[in-house]
Ligand binder design. Structure first.
Ligand code: ZN
Length: 351
C-alpha cells in the first residue's frame, strides 16, 4: 500500500513535472514564435522607414514620384551630366554660385536633379505614354535673359517635304531654367511637362490642364485645385463661349488666369476619371499614328483634339464639350487633313 501510494505520489509528481515541462516548452516555443513575429514586424517597419527616408532624402520635395532606375553619369568637372532621358548643364553664370561653386556641390545637385527628372519621365510615360525620341536638354542659369522668373522650352525641328507634304521632325528639346525657378518644385514639374507636350501643338487649355495635373498630383503642393463641378464653375465670354477657348497661355495675365488653370485641370481630370487611367495613352498613340500634328504650323483647334479624344473614348465627345460651351464641331479625319492642307496653301506651302 505504502509502495502503491509512493508510486502514485511519484507518478503524480512525474505527471506534474512533465506537464510543467511541456508547458514550459510550449511557452518557450510561443515566446520564440512571438519574438520571431515581433522581429519580422520590427524589421519590416525599420525597412519601410529606411525606404521612406531614402525616398525623402532623394526627392525631398516630390514625395509622390517613384524613384527611377535610370543611369546617371556626371562629367569630371560636374558641369555637364547625362542620364537616360536628359542632359543637365550649368551655365557659366553659376560657376561662382555660393552653393554650386565646388565640384562635389555640383555633382550632388546634378545627381538629385537628374534623379528627380527621370522619376518625372517615368510618371509622364505611365500617364500619357510620352517617350520623346530625343533627350531633353536642361540648362540651368543664375539669370536667363536677364530674369529669374522665366523658363523657356524650345522644340528644335526640321521641316521636310515628304510625299508631297511638309512634315516636321523633332531634332531635340531644350529647356532654359533660372536656378531660382527650377528650385520651386511645382514650377519645375509644370515646365518640364510642357517639354513633353509642346511637340503636339495642343490647344493651350489642354496642355496647361495636363501640366497642372502633373504639378498637382506628382509635385507636392499644387496651387491649382480641381473644381467640384464643371457645370457650376463654368465661365463664358460675351459670345457665350467657354473662357478656356481664348486663352493665350502663360504670358497672358488677368483676372481669369487662376480660374483657367483650375478649370482646364478639372476637364483633363474628368475625362481621365470617365475613361480610365490609360485614356490619354490612347489619345497620344492615336495622334502619333496619324502624325497630323507634325504638319501643324500653329496650335491645334479644340475640335481637332476632340476628334482624337472621341476616338480614344469610343464615343462622340462633341456633346460633352458643347455642354461646357466650347465652340466645337464634329470632324472626320478628312476634314482635318483638308484643314491642314488649306492652311499650308495659305502660307505658301503647296500640299
Ligand atoms: Zn504652363
Amino acid at each position: 500500500m505504502e509502495h502503491r501510494n509512493r508510486l502514485l505520489f511519484l507518478s503524480a509528481v512525474f505527471d506534474r513535472l512533465l506537464c510543467s515541462l511541456i508547458q514550459t516548452r510550449i511557452t518557450v516555443v510561443l515566446l520564440v514564435a512571438a519574438l520571431v513575429l515581433n522581429g519580422c514586424t520590427a524589421l519590416e517597419e525599420a525597412q519601410l522607414r529606411r525606404e521612406k527616408r531614402i525616398l525623402e532624402e532623394r526627392n525631398a520635395d516630390s514625395l509622390m514620384l517613384r524613384p527611377s532606375k535610370a543611369k546617371i553619369e556626371v562629367g569630371t568637372d560636374a558641369l555637364h551630366s547625362v542620364s537616360d532621358h536628359y542632359t543637365l548643364t550649368f551655365a557659366e553664370d553659376l560657376y561662382e554660385h555660393p552653393q554650386l561653386g565646388k565640384i562635389p556641390e555640383r555633382e550632388a545637385f546634378a545627381r538629385s536633379a537628374l534623379g528627380y527628372m527621370e522619376s518625372l519621365y517615368d510618371a509622364m510615360n505611365r500617364l500619357f505614354g510620352f517617350q520623346p525620341q530625343h533627350k531633353i536638354h536642361v540648362r540651368l542659369h543664375d539669370l536667363f535673359q536677364g530674369s529669374r522668373l522665366r523658363a523657356i522650352t524650345t522644340t528644335h525641328y526640321r521641316s521636310v517635304f515628304q510625299a508631297g507634304r511638309h512634315v516636321k521632325f523633332i531634332n531635340g528639346i531644350s529647356m532654359d531654367f533660372p536656378l531660382a525657378m527650377y528650385e520651386k518644385h511645382g514650377v519645375r514639374a509644370h515646365e518640364l511637362t510642357h517639354a513633353f507636350t509642346n511637340i503636339y501643338f495642343l490647344p493651350v487649355w489642354f496642355s496647361e490642364g495636363i501640366a497642372v495635373l502633373i504639378q498637382t498630383e506628382y509635385a507636392k503642393g499644387g496651387t491649382h485645385p480641381k473644381y467640384d463641378s464643371l457645370k457650376r464653375d463654368l465661365r463664358v465670354d460675351l459670345d457665350g463661349v467657354n473662357q478656356l477657348e481664348n486663352w493665350g497661355g502663360h504670358a497672358e495675365g488677368g483676372p481669369l488666369t487662376r480660374w483657367r488653370y483650375r478649370y482646364s485641370y478639372t476637364v483633363v481630370a474628368e475625362l481621365r476619371n470617365r475613361y480610365g487611367n490609360d485614356f490619354y495613352i490612347k489619345v497620344f498613340q492615336l495622334m502619333e499614328a496619324d502624325a497630323l500634328h507634325q504638319r501643324l504650323e500653329d496650335k491645334m483647334p479644340t475640335s481637332f483634339l476632340v476628334y482624337y479624344l472621341s476616338k480614344a473614348a469610343g464615343e462622340d465627345l462633341v456633346p460633352f464639350f458643347k455642354e461646357l460651351q466650347f465652340k466645337v464641331v464634329k470632324l472626320t479625319k478628312e476634314d482635318i487633313v483638308k484643314y491642314i492642307d488649306n492652311l499650308n496653301r495659305q502660307i505658301g506651302r503647296q500640299p
